[in-house]
Design a protein around this ligand. Structure first.
Ligand code: MG
Length: 275
């Protein structure tokens, strides 16, 4: 954890395009941004990669699931995960009870599954998930660079213990100044209270912060509602819901273009095109 930093002089060179050909842009100026907020799952941490590894292990371990096409299998799991996870966020289920319910229901599509089956499935999934944990490409470089200029916060919908483990495993914990989880605040994104908690801990006003996340509603709409400028990380080429609300980036590289966009020193369109 570090103390409050003042505004910083930045020198960032961005190879951007203005639609009339390459336009090298040198950005030199004083930024107003004092902190960058990130979502964790599928923004800093490659949750989808881990989840796919877990699902592959599940199909390998349960012959009754082996014939289901992987895309349908994954979609069915994601829908169920989202549904049961809401019960964790609301406090209705503990993470352990949710895990058991999730896997029992997931397996029961073929034939009624026992609690023992659910426990074996949870173990197979968790082992493969944990072995696959990794940050999103470019995250270590990006946070390492940003840390010299601004404070870094993470705002995430999950229990703290799981998210701290992910950050530690990926070597990101040393780069994070503030971690705010839905468990800490008692509400989940997109609720304004979780963003306000982050602002308070960072000692920043909304105009001094920028939010980056992959979930349009939770991250972009949620942050925008409390006056925080946001950037949508759209790694899977989803249709953009509202270009007036936030610019999109498709990855966290190249470093210079992403930093310039985050810190607000070039127009979003130029920075995005430069990536
Ligand atoms: Mg996310």
């Amino acid at each position: 954890m570090t103390g409050t930093r003042s505004a910083t002089i930045l020198r960032v060179k961005v190879e951007a395009s203005n639609g009339r050909g390459a336009l090298p842009t040198t950005v030199t100026g004083r930024t107003n941004i004092r902190a960058v907020l990130f979502d964790l799952d599928d923004t800093l941490f490659d949750h989808q990669f881990c989840s796919r590894a877990g699902l592959a292990a599940l199909q390998a371990g349960f012959p009754s699931l082996a014939s289901e096409p992987f895309d349908a299998f994954e979609l069915r799991y994601r829908v169920l995960l989202e549904e049961v996870h809401l019960k964790v966020l609301s406090g209705e289920l503990s993470p352990a009870a949710a895990r058991s319910e999730r896997f029992q229901r997931f397996l029961s599509v073929a034939a009624p599954a026992s609690l023992a089956d659910a426990a074996r499935a949870a173990e197979l999934y968790a082992t493969a998930f944990r072995a696959s944990r990794r940050p999103i490409t470019g995250v270590l470089d990006l946070l390492g660079h940003l840390k010299a200029h601004v404070r870094i916060g993470v705002v995430t919908n999950n229990v703290r213990r799981e998210q701290v483990e992910k950050l530690q495993h990926c070597g990101l914990d040393r780069l994070i100044d503030v971690l705010v989880t839905s468990e800490d605040v008692g509400v989940a994104k997109p609720h304004p209270a979780i963003f306000r908690a982050a602002l308070e801990q960072l000692a920043c006003t909304p105009d001094q912060v920028v939010m980056v996340g992959d979930n349009w509603e939770n991250d972009v709409v949620g942050a925008t509602r409390v006056g925080i400028r946001s950037i949508w990380l759209n790694r899977y080429a989803e249709p953009h819901p509202d270009l007036t609300l936030a610019p999109e980036i498709t990855e966290l590289t190249p470093l210079e273009a992403v930093v310039a966009l985050l810190l607000g020193e070039v127009t979003s369109r130029d920075a995005a095109r430069g990536s």
